[in-house]
Design a protein around this ligand. Structure first.
Ligand code: SAM
Length: 298
């Protein structure tokens, strides 16, 4: 194809409407390929061809914020300013989450990790518990883990209990660290846990759910790209990586599961999302429940 024809083909793609409307910015096949390649290489996020409209609409917000006129201008900016890749990834990541999502994981976590710790005064694990929420989004998952622990372990004196909550997206991490959620979040929280959340009311309706200080104190929020190095000293008693690997392809997922396995203590637990069952062999991991895996002793 001549360069003139290639330009015409690109222009045709740019006219291809999202949901039948005319695009505000021209968006060529090359723009799409370039951005999806970057998302894959940087964050492991695999965006198939049917995600074209999603990429367009999410990254368009970035163009508007930067007052840019075209995707090619944005691509030049991405290439010239190394910090923009972070905002780009923030714009394309999918952050849907909720409190007590896939609740049976928390029942298992309570009975296999929290209760043995509470009943032995922490002596079963030398007083030390490390939990990792990998891909924690806006914090509902680590806060759920924290309240499940708080409800059973009333006194943390002399214990070393930490939840590490990481995500690649700095926008959701800021929200998570604030610990404030819309009033509707209260509907996601089972009644026995209501007392661990502070609510603010407006006209008789719950307007805001605010995390208590002592619950927040159990969690450390950090930016971490799962594709990069993991700067951990010790191993984890449990890792929650739920509804994250759904965005990765099979080889990426397989490498990641291998790394999670190495990062777990023998007997430790890996919780993954309901739609993410692990296909293929994963030496060192045993399936023990619906999307729950345990690190074998060896
Ligand atoms: C759908 S949310 C899942 C939140 C929570 N785990 C849950 O199940 O409700 C997926 C999260 O994974 C994060 N994510 C995607 N790729 C990542 C990567 N390479 N490293 C770290 N986090 C990533 C996204 O930013 C997003 O917040």
């Amino acid at each position: 194809m001549s360069s003139v024809n290639r330009g015409a083909a690109a222009a045709m793609v740019s006219q291809e409407p999202a949901g039948g409307s005319v695009h505000e910015f021209s968006f060529s096949e090359e723009d799409f390929r370039h951005l999806t390649r970057l998302a894959y290489e940087y964050a492991g996020i695999a965006l198939a061809d049917n995600k074209r409209n999603l990429v367009y609409s999410r990254v368009s917000r970035r163009l508007r914020a930067l007052r840019m006129n075209s995707f090619s201008e944005y691509r030049e900016f991405l290439a010239s300013d190394g910090r923009e890749v972070e905002s780009f990834i923030n714009s394309i990541s999918t952050n849907h989450t909720k409190f007590f999502r896939e609740e049976h994981h928390f029942h298992h976590f309570r009975s296999h990790v929290v209760l043995p710790f509470a009943q032995s005064g922490g002596r079963n694990v030398g007083g030390r518990l490390r939990i990792w929420s990998a891909g924690c989004s806006s914090g509902e998952e680590p806060y759920t883990i924290a309240v499940v622990m708080k409800r059973e372990i009333r006194d943390f004196t002399g214990c070393d209990v930490r939840i590490l909550a990481t995500d690649i997206d700095t926008d959701v991490l800021s929200k998570a660290a604030r610990g404030e959620f819309s009033g509707s979040a209260v509907d996601e929280i089972p009644k026995p846990y209501h007392s661990f959340f502070k609510t603010e009311e407006n006209n008789g309706a719950v307007d805001k759910v605010v995390m208590e200080k002592d619950v927040k104190a159990l969690i450390t929020f950090r930016r971490l790209n799962l594709m990069g190095p993991w700067p951990f000293h010790g191993k984890f008693d449990a890792i929650f990586c739920r509804n994250v690997m759904i965005y990765f392809d099979a080889p990426t997922k397989s490498t990641l599961v291998e790394r999670f396995t190495q990062q777990l203590k023998p007997g430790g637990w890996l919780f993954i999302g309901h739609s993410e069952s692990l296909i293929g062999s994963h030496p060192g991991l045993q399936l023990v429940g619906r999307t729950i895996y345990q690190r074998t002793a060896a």
